[in-house]
Each structure stands twice: as C-alpha cells, then as structure tokens.
Design a protein around this ligand. Structure first.
Ligand SMILES: Nc1nc2c(ncn2[C@@H]2O[C@H](COP(=O)(O)OP(=O)(O)O)[C@@H](O)[C@H]2O)c(=O)[nH]1
Ligand SMILES: [Mg+2]
Length: 461
C-alpha cells in the first residue's frame, strides 16, 4: 500500500524552491501535485479538500530556518497533517469491561472479518495475555462457521460451536454465558456479511448489537476498495455505534486512500490493520508511523516492534546491549539479523517499512529479494571472524578471497559492505539518548537538499 502515493509525494515535495519562507507562490505547484497524488491514491474528495487547505494554511508564511530547506519544512507540515488525518495516535482496544469483554465484528462479506477475528484472538492472547473465546453467528454459510473453528484450533483459542439452524442472538448470548462460566476475558463475535450494504443485514447486526452490548464494535474494511471503503464505512457508522476500524489487506496494492479517508468520514479510529493472509499479520495502526511510511521515511518503529516480537529474545538482548553500550555493530550481528529476517517472512515483508524503500522501483525490489539475503549471508560466511568484527580491514585481496569463497563478485562484496556501513550508522544513532528521534532526524539529513527522495535508502540505491 502507499507505494504510489509515497512515490508521487516524494517527487513533488523536493521541487519547492526558494529560501527564507514558504509563500503561496512557491508552494502553489507543489500543493497542486499533493492534491493530484491524493486523488490518485483514491482518497475521498472532501478529505483531500480539507487536507490541502490545512497544509496551505500552515505552510504559508512559515519561516524556514537556515539549517532546513523549504522542501524539508513543507514535508514536516504534510507529515503532521497526514498524521492528524489518520487520528494522530494509536487507539487501543478498550477491554476494561467486566469479563467477558465482548468484541463485535461488522463489515461486508469478504472484508476479512473472520480472518481478523483469528488475528485479534492471537494478538490478545499473546500480547495481552487474555483468555479469548471466539464464536460465529454467520448462520448463512455453514462454511463460515467451520472456517472460524479451523482458525481457532490453529491458534489454540476457545471456540464456541454454533449451528446454521440457530438465531444469531441466541448463539451470541449462549456464548457470553459460556464465557462467563469459564472465565474468558474476551469474547469475539464474528458476524455474517453481505456483498453490499443491505437493510436486512444492518437490521440484524443492530439487533445483535443491542442484545449483547459489546465494548468494542469493530468495522472491518478492505483497503483495496478505496473510495467504496469510505462509503461502506459511512453506512455502517450510521447504523452502529462503531468504536473502531480494522483496515485489512493493506499488504495488497491498495492505493492507500481508505487509510486517509476513513477517520475523516466516520470520526472513528483505525485501531488495527491487516498486513497479510497469515494469522500473525495484524498490526496496531499508528498514524505517525504510517505517515512517515507514506512520505518514504519508513516505518522503523513498527519494524523494531515486529523484530522484538519475532526474533530470538536472547539474540535481541545481545544486540540491544551492544547497541546501547555504543559498541560496534559487527558483520556478525548483521548476519544474525539476516537470518532473523528470513524467519520473519523474508526481506520483502519488512522492506516497505524501511526508510526510502517505499518509493523504490519494483525492479530494485526484485533485486533485493530473498535471493540476495542468501547471497549476503554467504558473503559474510566467507569472512574470517576478524574480518567480521573489523570490516575496515577488508581490502583488495581479502575482497577477492571472500568473493571467490562465496561464489559472488567483488561488486557484491562491496555492496554488502556499504549496506553494512549504513546499517551500522543507523544502529549508532539508535543507541544514544532519544535515539529514535535522532535517527529519524538523521534520515532526513540523508535526503538531498530540497526535500525527500533520491538516494536516502538504507541499502543504498
Ligand atoms: N492479503 C490479505 N488477505 C486478507 C487479509 N485479511 C483477510 N484476507 C483474505 O480475505 C479473504 C476474505 O477473508 P474472510 O476473513 O473470510 O472475510 P469475511 O467474509 O469478512 O469473514 C480471505 O481469503 C482472507 O485470507 C489481509 O490483511 N491481507
Ligand atoms: Mg466470515
């Protein structure tokens, strides 16, 4: 998601010229481009209008300090507005109710409700240590109940059986009863969707809602549906007191419009986003991080969190200690990371989150595919422990030996060393006080004067 938007914005924002201050004149063209980029990303019109107006209002007359370019100042304003359009901060689920806290899922058929129920159940079990029960009231398709049962078994959470002959309200109240008696913390109720918004469906879910009084009513919506997503969200929001939104399929080639429109249209926060078909592919939605991702600055924080979740704890601690102590991040650590990356679903899965990766061409992405990870690992394996600790000693003859040993070319070794150096720099920035912030600033520093884009990527383009 966001690839196109990100690419367009980065190209646009560096075109601002002039010095001193932002004026109506020097941002006019850029604002027009921003508007076009948002239109192309399928953002709803009223949202675009408000967005552009706000950016303009803030930009005009803003002084540009000596150390920044007008482009950089403008980017900051755009970033802040992107964040606020998406709700500023991540809002978590409110599960403080007397157990079981009931979560009701709503949305069209195929939006990803059932999948998201399983993802949420896993998320709450693992990260919040909740005891979770799931139930399906989708009595129109027997396969739907079975689908949830299979998923529940896969992730080892409670499944309350139901049958297509029962009424949704009866099923849900029986499930609540069961949850109470068996001390479940959370009950997630999966519902039936239709292909389009229709009165029957809305009436049914409204009745269900008032019968079970959920603490969270989550509207699940497919990011791929763009403008439509905004319209459906409006219909559901009018019918139900939604408490939040799950935006699914953000891993696909959705243009990102839904993420920017939905908050504006419903006034409700996007709480999670689905980032893949697998059950672990669910992430809390952080507007600030998404905004930097859109602007091509990468979603480093989510990446760090993901790494924390998935990588070997001991290794992570080792690395954290090293980074903290300011000691060098060695090629050995780099290789460990590559291996970990593989276990995280490969490089591709995390690339979009890296700064400067968003607006990389697909061709380059292919070249950075998982084959490259294997090659990088081979190169590091061909080094001596000394070389891994002190890569600066790797010169001509050593390079030749390493290339031969790993079946690669000298250029490949050079490339790896360059990537490693960039990674090392980043690690250094992360180690100090306020490390993350400093790092983000550092990243901006890597951008060419005039704004974003260009050769700022971590893996050097
Ligand atoms: N790529 C991707 N596919 C998803 C995501 N969420 C759901 N899906 C897929 O979307 C399809 C419909 O999902 P399902 O949960 O059955 O939708 P429901 O009808 O709303 O219950 C399934 O093939 C899911 O695997 C996601 O975040 N990313
Ligand atoms: Mg379903």
């Amino acid at each position: 998601m966001f690839d196109n938007l990100s690419e367009r914005l980065s190209k646009t924002l560096k075109n601002i010229s002039g010095r001193g201050r932002l004026t109506e004149d020097n941002i006019k063209e850029t604002l027009r481009e921003v508007r076009m980029a948002l239109l192309e990303a399928d953002v709803a019109l009223p949202v675009i209008r408000e967005f552009v107006a706000k950016v303009k209002e803030q930009a005009v007359g803003t002084d540009v300090s000596k150390s920044l370019t007008p482009g950089q100042v403008f980017v900051k304003i755009v970033q802040k507005e992107l964040e606020s359009a998406m709700g500023d901060v991540n809002e978590t689920l409110d599960l403080k109710a007397a157990p079981p806290a009931v979560i009701l899922m709503a949305g069209l058929q195929g939006a990803g409700k059932t999948t998201s129920v399983a993802k949420l159940a896993k998320f709450l079990t693992e990260r919040e240590k909740k005891k979770v029960l799931v139930v399906s009231v989708d009595v129109y398709r027997p396969a739907a109940i079975k689908q949830l049962e299979t998923l529940a078994n896969e992730i080892n959470v409670g499944f309350f059986p139901s049958d297509i002959k029962q009424k949704p309200i009866d099923i849900a109240t029986a499930a609540i009863d069961h949850a109470k008696k068996n001390f479940f913390d959370v009950l997630i109720v999966d519902t039936a969707g239709r292909l389009h918004v229709d009165e029957g469906m809305m009436a049914e879910i409204q009745q269900l809602h008032s019968a079970i009084n959920p603490v969270e009513t989550l509207f699940t919506v497919d990011a791929m549906t763009g403008q439509d997503a905004a319209n459906t969200a409006k219909a559901f929001n009018d019918a139900l007191p939604l408490t939040g939104i799950i935006l699914t399929k953000t891993d696909g080639d959705a243009r990102g419009g839904a993420a920017l429109s939905i908050r504006h249209i419903t006034g409700k926060p996007i709480k999670f986003m689905g980032v893949g078909e697998k059950i672990e592919a669910l992430e809390p939605f952080h507007p600030d991080r998404i905004a930097s991702r859109i602007l091509g600055m990468g979603d480093v924080l989510s990446l760090v969190e993901e790494i924390e979740q998935k990588i070997d704890k001991k290794q992570a601690e080792k690395l954290a200690k090293k980074v903290k102590s300011g000691k060098g991040f060695s090629l050995e650590d780099f290789r460990d990371q590559l291996v970990q990356m593989k276990s995280m679903g490969g490089m591709m899965g995390i690339m979009d989150k890296l700064p400067g990766m968003g607006n990389m061409s697909d061709k380059i992405k292919d070249q950075m595919g998982d084959k490259i990870t294997v090659q990088m690992e081979a190169i590091i394996n061909s080094m001596t422990p000394g070389e891994r600790e002190r890569p600066d000693i790797i010169k001509g003859s050593r390079k030749r030996r390493i290339a031969a040993g790993s079946g690669t070319q000298i250029q490949d070794v050079n490339k790896l060393l360059k990537q490693f150096t960039q990674m090392q720099k980043m690690m250094k920035k992360m180690s100090g006080k306020g490390g993350m912030k400093k790092m983000m600033r550092g990243m901006q520093g890597m951008m060419p004067p005039g704004g974003m884009g260009g050769g700022g990527g971590m893996f050097g383009r």
